[in-house]
Design a protein around this ligand. Structure first.
Ligand SMILES: O=C(O)CCC(=O)C(=O)O
Ligand SMILES: [Fe+2]
Length: 234
């Protein structure tokens, strides 16, 4: 679905063949299989089981190593050192990379840009949400926001869902807050939701009412200076 771009992109340097000229959003169940999503979810579960927020939202960023722990974050790679190789395997990282590349290709295709002009950017992270009350501001995932404003470097945001709305958790739907009406995306394992990151796509996540919701936020910038590498084991 195409929507007019907001002016958010005007205050940043423009990159030909990438910076959104056509804005919009899309949802697909055809890029990542349910089985792949389940494998990715097990990676997220394994990593997040080593930490976890005291409140309802925990994150694990495989790129920076940031892992929620209590009311703070620790660096998983520093904390676990070489033991990280007992937690994640080369296959886990290969799958993560492959999934990231396929999502990148789909976004490029839909928006008519070149996948090689898009750079993975930070933060790109797994999230685990449940109905536990917030203990710090980091747990408050439900606020309406614009990714480009919140995170700066984002031009295209994608969300890969790893669990099913109404089966694994209740609440927790994703909502685009449009002027005329809201549009909701129901998370489902393997579903990819992607959109341009400016104010044309103001959004929020409903509070999770029960169960546990896993997802990955995978983000892209058009600015090579904001690019990050895929995570490496050790
Ligand atoms: O998990 C979701 O559905 C959305 C998360 C989100 O809005 C974000 O990471 O910026
Ligand atoms: Fe967001």
């Amino acid at each position: 679905m195409e929507i007019p771009c907001s002016e958010d992109y005007d205050s940043h340097k423009r990159f030909a063949g990438c910076t959104p000229r056509k804005c919009g959003r899309g949802v697909t169940d055809a890029v990542i299989t349910r089985e792949e999503a389940e494998r990715i979810r097990r990676i997220a579960e394994r990593g997040l089981s080593l930490g976890g927020s005291d409140g309802g939202a925990s994150i694990l960023d495989l790129h920076s190593g940031a892992l929620s722990l209590g009311k703070h974050f620790v660096n998983l790679y520093r904390y676990f050192g070489d033991k990280i190789q007992d937690i994640f395997t080369e296959e886990d990282f290969a799958l993560y990379r492959d999934v990231r590349q396929r999502i990148q290709q789909r976004i490029a295709q839909v928006f008519g840009i070149s996948p090689s002009a898009m750079y993975l950017t930070k933060p790109t992270f797994f999230s685990r949400m449940n109905s536990t009350g917030a203990k710090t501001a980091h747990d408050e995932y439900w606020h309406p926001h614009v990714d480009k404003v919140t995170y700066g470097s984002f031009d295209y945001t994608s969300l890969l869902y790893l669990s099913d709305y109404s089966k694994d958790f209740g609440g927790g739907r994703f909502v685009f807050m449009d002027a005329d009406s809201n549009k909701t995306v129901e998370p489902r394992a393997g579903r990819v939701s992607f959109f341009t990151s400016g104010s044309e796509n103001l959004h929020r996540v409903e509070k999770v009412q029960w169960g546990t919701r896993f997802a990955v936020t995978i983000s892209f910038s058009c600015d090579p200076a904001h690019g990050i590498a895929d995570p490496l084991l050790g």
